[in-house]
Design a binder for this molecule. Sequence first.
Ligand code: ZN
Length: 160
Amino acid sequence: MSDGNDLCSCGNRGCLEATIGEPALLRNARELCRDLDLPVPSSPAELYSAAAHLDPLAELLTHSGRLLGRALGNLINLLAPELVVLSGEGVDAGEVLLGAVRTELAVHVHEGLRDTYELMVEPLTDEAWARGAASLILNAVFEQPTRTHSSPLWDWSASQ
Ligand SMILES: [Zn+2]
């Protein structure tokens, strides 16, 4: 399992994404399964499905949910949002992960803030993907007010 200091795609080490993002989850699950001589999941969906009957994988997802819950708890304590939306492929992990998130939030969110926010779990749909892609384009348009016709609106090679 990760020591929590993994290199992130942003260049830093120890980011939550590098520790519990889906690629990290799958990598850690594969390593765990090889160590325990269990069937190695080939995809996150396979991991989530296998976790229903393989305790070590369930424990991995629960651990990840705890880390996410603590991080969210810190954010809620700092920002006092009214709504927290959990989305992305990771929500497909289900209650084994989300239950751990809720448990950690119940512990780590300051008492005065516990009833002031709503936690919404929203599966990632094709529409959300499309909105995200569109927002990247809009960001490019609005963040470059001095853009000239010779510079591209979007550098597709940089996004891969
Ligand atoms: Zn990062």
